[in-house]
Design a protein around this ligand. Structure first.
Ligand SMILES: Cc1ncc(C[n+]2csc(CCOP(=O)(O)OP(=O)(O)O)c2C)c(N)n1
Length: 460
């Protein structure tokens, strides 16, 4: 299929965010539509991640509209939602080379652009990196610089994100954390944090009232920095009393705002402008739809996370069925795992947020009680498996991880396999040495795969 060269009234004139900032706020909804259509067209012929970028369009446009990028810093988490960001920051023409050798890289990286503030690829690191930048800005006399971390609800389930939040709460900084909450990881997001965010949504009226009240106090000059903390504490106490639950972010001295509609571009711009001027760490909770604006992706976000080629007009996926091709490594493993689990009741499956990507969904369907999606938490996945293996006498735990993300659990594996005594079996997917993004290259294969005793790993 030939790539369709659609003309765009606004987007065609935007080479860099400085062009975007010349538009009126009234023009932004149209720009968002154009950017969405352009991404859909381009990804349909040159496959990559789709649904996450479509869901983050308004956040992307609003950030570059309100903040003075690249001097202000936007730190993306994972980076698979940053196609809009790449298109608005000088890489639109070259985007047809996305994920190709020497082409545009799949995730943001400072090697490619000054607008890419940090190397992305693996989840949950944006808060830590952004906090480091916020502290560095103060140390280097650039106190006016704003730093924003953009993190998905899936990535927020990762331990590293919690470590970042913990440090944000105790280090003086003006960081803004944007929580892009679409209820999805690659598969449906899981875990206590996810349920907690859902609860926060249900307190929308309270949160809106509080935001308006704080705006009013601020405009009247009643909200001095010294008074803010006291008011925040009072707010928390009232909210906790009303809801019988503490706001986890505010409990950590990170001011919480939201949830707002993450597709209402005018509202997000307004909120960003207000938060930009606010001192201290704050978190803005935006509710978005993964795959927004492309019906098939909205309906089946997991498939459309990275759908391969497709027809943008009909939404039909153009998967090549070549009978001569060998089956995918992860599918062989998924079927084998199920077969083994049927004959050995001691086998369980543990996956850190990759049931579909690593084909553990095959076992999940038949044995939901013996499979565990633990969220984006590689270290936890391994240690949790070790605990089970030790006390439930399970001989074989099958943990599925993306190979390169396994580096996050190397240390855990050693401790676990020693105490569990029984074998752990891991499998993962990997890219080649020449893959255009460093986070997915298997340069560290040896470190990731070298097995401690009783630990067998394989990769494909
Ligand atoms: C450490 C690590 N584990 C697993 C992955 C695989 N992975 C890529 S994107 C993703 C889901 C991220 O969900 P979220 O942050 O909510 O973003 P969304 O796609 O929903 O916009 C996962 C699990 C990864 N990139 N890094």
């Amino acid at each position: 299929m030939m790539e369709e060269k659609e003309q765009f009234e606004l987007l065609d004139h935007i080479k860099l965010p400085t062009d975007l900032r010349k538009l009126s706020i009234e023009q932004l909804p149209e720009l968002c539509d154009e950017l969405r259509r352009d991404i859909i067209n381009k990804v349909s012929v040159n496959p990559g991640h789709l649904a996450s970028s479509l869901g983050a369009i308004e956040i992307t446009v609003a950030l570059h509209y309100v903040f003075d990028t690249p001097d202000d810093r936007i730190v993306w988490d994972v980076g698979h939602q940053a196609y809009g960001h790449k298109m608005l920051t000088g890489r639109r023409e070259a985007f047809c080379t996305n994920r190709k050798l020497h082409g545009v890289r799949p995730f943001p990286t400072p090697v490619e652009s000054e607008y890419d503030t940090f190397t992305c690829g693996h989840a949950s690191n944006s808060i830590s990196a952004a906090l480091g930048m916020a502290v560095a800005a103060k140390k280097t006399g650039q106190a006016a610089r704003h730093v924003v971390a953009v993190i998905g609800d899936g990535a927020m389930s990762g331990g590293l994100a919690f470590e970042g939040l913990n440090n944000v709460s105790s280090t003086p900084n003006d960081l803004l954390i944007v929580l892009n909450d679409n209820d999805m990881s690659i598969d449906r997001a899981v875990g206590g944090m996810e349920k907690y965010l859902l609860y926060l949504d249900t307190n929308e009226t309270y949160n809106r009232m509080r935001f308006k009240a704080s705006q009013w106090l601020h405009s009247k000059g009643y909200l001095s920095e010294s008074r803010k903390k006291g008011i925040l504490r009072l707010n928390n106490a009232i909210k906790s009393a009303l809801s019988h639950q503490q706001n986890i972010f505010e409990g950590m001295n990170i001011r919480y705002f939201g949830p707002f509609d993450g597709h209402n571009i005018k509202e997000i711009v307004r909120v960003f402008r207000q938060l930009k001027e606010m001192k201290g760490p704050k978190l803005l909770h935006l509710h978005t739809t993964k795959g927004k604006g492309f019906e098939p992706a909205e309906k089946e976000a997991t498939i459309w996370h990275a759908p391969g080629k497709f027809d943008p007009a009909t939404g039909e996926r153009l998967t090549q069925t070549n009978d001569h091709e060998p089956p995918r490594f992860q599918d062989v493993f998924g079927h084998t795992l199920l077969e083994l689990a049927r004959s050995n009741p001691k086998i369980v499956g543990v996956t850190p947020a990759m049931p579909t990507g690593c084909s553990m969904n095959i076992m999940m369907k038949e044995m939901p009680d013996r499979t565990f999606d633990v969220g984006i938490a590689e270290g936890h996945a391994v240690t949790f498996s070790g605990g089970m293996a030790k006390d439930a006498g399970a001989f074989l735990q099958h943990i599925q991880l993306v190979l390169t993300a396994r580096l996050r659990q190397c240390d855990s594996r050693r401790g676990v396999t020693q105490s569990a005594g029984g074998p752990l079996l891991g499998s993962g997917r990997a890219r080649g040495r020449r893959w255009p993004d460093a986070s997915r290259r298997v340069r560290y294969r040896r470190a990731a795969l070298h097995p401690p005793p009783h630990d067998r790993q394989s990769d494909g």
